[in-house]
Design a protein around this ligand. Structure first.
Ligand code: FAD
Length: 444
């Protein structure tokens, strides 16, 4: 079997490694248009902030390492530009030599990811110090600019994960930071009252937070940002982090079916409408695990999980992807924000009735030092006890509680089961009634 994988980072390299384990004979070719495969996208903001100091640590696996270890061809700086489905072949351009060639396949896996949205804002073309963050070269550009030009002020457009992580890391580097967010809150996966805790914390950390306002124009080569509400902000650099768009051009041009939001459509085996072409990761439309609706969830867990499942599916093993819960987490200065499943905003939009409880237990026994309050919110169906989702904000122990609830949701447990979860307890870690138990008691 000859299997070609397009995209060599999260989903692509996981799929490649699994394929090799399943078949020692297969011919596997991994094609990546960028200079690196398998880099730590999620670590990039922390390298800019210098929490991660060694650039090599970002390069989890090199092309040479991967090809030697797994006996496969790994070609970086090779961009796939077209798929000929009837000939089962692709067109590739070697970006270093400019040479173009064809490569045939038996099975093709697309894991091209998603790229930052860059809207046609007035003056954006002329803005000089305007950055987006996706790749190692993007990271190098931002870090070099900070290291060499010592900017004093940054505007971060968009208050999602990457925007907030970057705001913190730019602050770490001594910059003053303004965040401009179009909606009334940062961090989409949580609801407004939970985000309010983060709003206050950002302000306490010296961030200028502008909500309910968007960028209308960049002036003076990007040195001045004009907002819709008429604010004028002088700045030395701009980070655009207003979301990502699936890289669907290859699939679209090959006539593969694409969903309303631009994601490549696949079945539970991650197969597109062409039985020899599979797609995974940020580029695909997935089923929301909680409400069953099509959605896009550009996160690393789904990409990695799908990378393994797609390899199993190609080899006829029993494997299926059952949807994405959207479990997510981020550090925002001293706070952790995490969520899983659906929030109130989503359920309201869908017209699904729900109940909510808020609890504020301590992260561990109050009499043991450093206990911190966790704001924990549970969204559920009062009748059936079905858990729709959970959100937590706090300085300690947030990750554990959301992960326990995410596990409960995948296991089909209800709020009635939460008091019955027997969780690890000693004073430095929890209480005899864990915050998850407490949420369950309160809900029932
Ligand atoms: P990617 O990992 O993006 O890989 C796709 C690759 O395909 C790219 O390298 C691209 O160059 C290549 N490619 C595209 N088109 C072609 C083509 N035509 N030919 C050849 N190659 C092509 N997720 C989390 O869960 N937690 C986090 O903390 C987190 N932090 C993040 C921080 C940052 C700064 C970024 C950018 C992302 C972060 N993510 C995080 C998201 C996570 O990295 C992605 O969900 C994940 O990498 C998606 O995997 P993928 O394989 O679909 O795409």
């Amino acid at each position: 079997k000859k299997i070609i994988i397009v995209g060599g980072v999260a989903g692509g390299s996981t799929a490649a490694a699994r394929l090799r384990r399943l078949d020692e004979q297969a011919e596997i070719i991994l094609l990546e248009k960028g200079p690196y495969i398998s880099f730590a996208n999620c670590g990039l903001p922390y390298y800019i902030g210098e929490t991660i100091q060694d650039r090599n640590k970002l390069l989890v696996q090199t092309a040479e390492g991967m090809s030697a270890r797994y006996n496969m061809q790994v070609r970086t700086s090779n961009e796939v530009t077209a798929i000929d489905r009837s000939a089962k072949s692709i067109t590739v351009t070697n970006l270093e030599t400019g040479e173009t060639y064809q490569e045939s396949y038996d099975e093709l896996i697309l894991s091209p990811g998603a790229r930052p949205v860059v809207p046609p804002i007035q003056g954006i073309q002329e803005a000089e110090e305007l950055f987006t963050l996706r790749s190692v070269p993007d990271t190098d550009r931002i870090k070099t600019y900070i290291d060499e030009q010592h900017p004093k002020h940054a505007v971060v457009v968009g208050g999602g994960f990457i925007g907030l992580e970057m705001a913190e890391n730019l602050r770490e580097r001594g910059l003053d930071v303004t965040i401009i967010e179009m909606s009334s809150q940062v961090m989409g996966p949580i609801d407004y009252e939970m985000a309010s805790i983060i709003h206050q914390h950002l302000i306490d950390k010296g961030i200028q937070l502008i909500l309910d306002d968007g960028v209308q124009a960049f002036e003076d080569h990007g040195r001045k940002v004009i907002t819709g509400n008429g604010l004028e902000i002088n700045t030395d650099m701009i980070l655009l982090s207003i979301g990502v768009r699936p890289e669907n051009e290859l699939a679209k041009n090959a006539g593969l079916s694409i969903g309303e939001r631009g994601g490549i459509q696949v079945n539970d085996q991650l197969q597109t409408n062409d039985p020899h072409i599979y797609a995974i990761g940020d580029a695909i439309e997935v089923k929301d695990y909680t409400n069953g609706q099509p959605t896009m969830v550009p996160l690393a867990w789904p990409a990695n999980r799908q990378g393994r499942i797609v390899a199993d599916a190609i080899y006829g093993r029993k494997a299926a992807y059952h949807g994405t819960l959207g479990t997510s987490i981020a550090k925002v200065f001293d706070y952790t924000v995490a969520a899983t499943g659906n929030n109130e905003k989503t359920l309201t939009k869908l017209g699904v009735p729900y109940d909510v409880v808020h609890v504020h237990p301590a992260s561990h026994a109050g009499y043991y030092p450093e206990a911190k309050s966790i704001a924990l919110k549970l969204v559920f169906d009062k009748e059936t006890g079905n858990i729709y989702g959970a959100q937590a904000v706090g300085m300690d122990g947030v990750d554990k509680r959301i992960d326990v609830i995410a596990t409960a949701m995948k296991g089909g447990l209800t709020v009635m089961d939460l008091p019955d979860l027997e969780l690890a307890y000693a004073p430095p870690y929890s209480s005899a009634k864990d915050p998850v138990n407490m949420a369950g008691y309160t809900a029932t």
